[in-house]
Design a protein around this ligand. Sequence first.
Ligand SMILES: NC(=O)c1ccc[n+]([C@@H]2O[C@H](COP(=O)([O-])OP(=O)(O)OC[C@H]3O[C@@H](n4cnc5c(N)ncnc54)[C@H](OP(=O)(O)O)[C@@H]3O)[C@@H](O)[C@H]2O)c1
Length: 323
Amino acid sequence: MKQIFVTRFGGPEVLELREVAVPEPGPGEVRVKVAAAGINYADIMQRDGLYPNGPQPPFGAGFEVAGVIDAVDPNVVGWKVGDAVMAFCQNGYSEYVTAPAAMLLPKPAELSFEQASAIPCQYLTAYHALLTLGRLKAGQTVLVHAAAGGLGSIMVQIAHNVGATVIGTCSSVEKCALIRDLGCDFPINYAVEEFGARVREITAGKGCDLIIESVGGDILERSLRCLKPRGMLVTLGVASKNVPSVSSVELLANNWTVAGFHLMGYTADMEAMGHALADLKDWLAAGKLTVIVRHTFPLEQAAEAHRQISDRKTVGKVVLTTG
Ligand SMILES: NC(=O)c1ccc[n+]([C@@H]2O[C@H](COP(=O)([O-])OP(=O)(O)OC[C@H]3O[C@@H](n4cnc5c(N)ncnc54)[C@H](OP(=O)(O)O)[C@@H]3O)[C@@H](O)[C@H]2O)c1
């Protein structure tokens, strides 16, 4: 089968397509014939060697897929050959993956395989960062950075669904139009206007209750100026690859909370996961949530997909397909 490997740390050119044996499911595992492998910004950070405690090359890229179970270890209960699933896994950029049964979710009928590949990482991150950690409520105001991206475009919809006022930043007129359609009340094209001044104008100087920050660098510091006293900024990514630091004095002076978020700290929280999956089901059934997929690439073009994400040319979920 075909699989994409990170051969050494570096740019997109270090991704290499290799022929390897189809994996056999181990105890408690299933094998999934991959229809769509989700690409996440974390894949780029891992490829660059910038991911905290990330794998050492050579390693198989990717950790989020959707497909159909085609083999099941006899010890597995509740899943059978032919089930359509979404999964957290290793070696996701592949034609087949194995995954522990506990890492599977049933694919919702409302979503294509390409759309479903966004659910394990991006939907659950959006949900838990906004609601489980951020406790966003109706009537509050949230600022979402990279709002037209894979994660951001889902965050905008969730925040809108719970009745929050949503402010989103992105880098083009087209991206602003997309997030407006998804329920963003105030899209900000940061390429033409300073987002901090605009947020203070929108909130009449009061600031936001919650900010989701995924860019790092000076964006984090400038975002803090958009936070209400006692507001929370959730930091969950460093797309600029520039790690910021925060002044503790400024935090205490303003009663600000700066909270780190990493999805893997939430996947074993059964109560929170139950809420996330129940709301997903309701929102899909009501037509109140969708996954934008405008960029699909065959597995062979993984490097080009990475390039386009890093060059900010993509919106919504970016997917590798296996044909
Ligand atoms: N902690 C977690 O558990 C977790 C889970 C999922 C994702 N994340 C983080 O969430 C962020 C979004 O992830 P994603 O996979 O959905 O990616 P994405 O948002 O689809 O792509 C990244 C976006 O970031 C924006 N950006 C701003 N500055 C950038 C820069 N210097 N270089 C490249 N892009 C820049 C771009 O949007 P504009 O052109 O509109 O600025 C770009 O489209 C990433 O930082 C990722 O690491 C964290």
